[in-house]
Design a protein around this ligand. Sequence first.
Ligand code: SF4
Length: 467
Amino acid sequence: MAQIYIETHGCQMNEADSQDIARRAVGAGFTLAERPEDASVLVLNTCTVRDNAEKRAYGRIAHWKAVKDADPSVKVIVTGCLAEQDKDRMRKIVPHVDGVFGTRELGALGDALAMWRAEYPDDDFSVDREIETVMGGAGEGIAGPYDPLRGFVNVQRGCSYYCTFCIVPHVRGRFDHRPMRDILDEVRAKTQAGAREITLVGQTVNAYREPASGADFADLIEAICAIETVERVSFVSSHPKDLNEKLARVCATLPKMNPRFHLALQSGSNPMLRKMNRKYTVEEFLERVGTFKRHNPSWAITTDLIVGFPGETEEDFQRTLDVCATGIFAQAYMFVYSPRRGTPAAVWHAAGAVPHDVAQARFVRLKEVEDAAVRAYHDRKVGTTVRALIHGVSRKDPAKLSAKTIDNVTVNFPTVETVPDLGRPWADVVVESASVWGVRGTCIGRAATFDGAALPVAPPLIDLLAV
Ligand code: SF4
C-alpha cells in the first residue's frame, strides 16, 4: 500500500498545511503512515523561526538519507518555511531530497504526489526492516488515531508587519487573507469528518480582513460558531495591535470559543518593542488585555517572549520580568533571541549581540518568574474536575492519555484503553496534582460532546477479575 509519512515542525500554521498535504495525499490514493519506516513518501514540513529549528530540520533530512539509501524508491520531500528560504541551497547540501515545495506550492506538491502514486503499486510495497533500525522510534507524524479530532484551518498566509527579528514576511510573503466562504467550507468539511475542535491559524489571525467584503476576524468567528457541526473553536496567533473592543465583545457572546487568547508581547520594554517594530507600547498592550478581560474575565492570556534581543539592557530585561511577575500570563513561550538571516535584527546582532551567557542567565531568571505564574495557574485547577479533549497517548508514559482543557492546559491521566474511543473523546478528569507542564488526575467519565453528559469509564479488567 502506498503510504505517506508527514512530520511537522514549528507552528500551527504548519499543522494546518500538513493536514492539507495529508488531504491531498489521501485524494491521490496514499494512506497515512504513523511511522516513517512504513512510508514510501516522507514529507518534512519545516520551520525557520529559530536557528535550532533549522538545525533540527537539516538533521532530520540527513537522517532520512539512510532510509533512502536502504530503499531508493522512497521519496524525501521538504516543505515549509525552510524550503522557502533555502530552496537552492538545499539542492546542493542535501541532494538526496527529491522535492522542495515552498509554502505556496502545496497544490504542486499534491500534483506531484498524484504522479508518484503510480510508482507504488499496492501489492508491491514492503517494509524494509533495515529502515526501521535506521529510523529509531516513532516521529511526529500527523496520523495518530486521535489527531482527526483537531482540525487546523488557515485563515491567511504571510504577514505584513515586518517585526525586525522575524523571517516570516520574507519567506511567506505579505498578508494574503482567504475568502470567508472557503474558510467556512473547510470548517464544515473538517467538523463533518470528525474534528471536535477547530483551531484557526495564521501569523496574525486577528488582522484577518476578507478581501471582498471587508469582514474582520470577529465576523469570521461569529460565522464559524454559527455552524451547527462546530463544537469548539480556538485561534492562534494574534497581534496586540489588532486586539480591539469589537473582538473582545464578540468573544464574550460565543460560548463555543475556547477561553484562551495567545497574544505575543515579546518584550516588556518600550525601547525594545520599538526596535522590534512591534507597533504597540507595553501600556497599550496591558490596556488592550484589560479591555479584553473585562469582557472575558475567565479567559487565559498566553504569550511569547524574547530575551537577549540585540541592544537589550538589564533595565529592558527587568521590565519584561516585571510584566511576568504580575502573573498576567497563564503560559509563556520564552526564547533566547536567535538571528535569522536577512532580517534587520540579525545585522544588529552581528554588530553587537547581547553576550550569550548574559542572554542565557536572563532566560533562566525569566523562566523562574514565569514558571511560578504558570504553576499558580495550574495549582488553581487541583481539586476541580476539568473536561479535556484527548490528544493521544502521553509521550512520556504510554499507560497514560494526554488531553487539553479548553484553556489549553495539558492533563495526563492513567488509562486502560487499548482501542482509542474516538466516539467519546472528551474526558472528565479530577485534577489531583499540578506542575509547570500541566496537571495530573483521574478520569471519571468520557463524553461524546463537550456539552454532553459523561458516561463513567469502565474499571480495569484486572479489578473486575479481583472482585
Ligand atoms: S507579526 Fe511580526 S513576529 Fe508575527 S509573523 Fe508578523 S512579522 Fe513575524
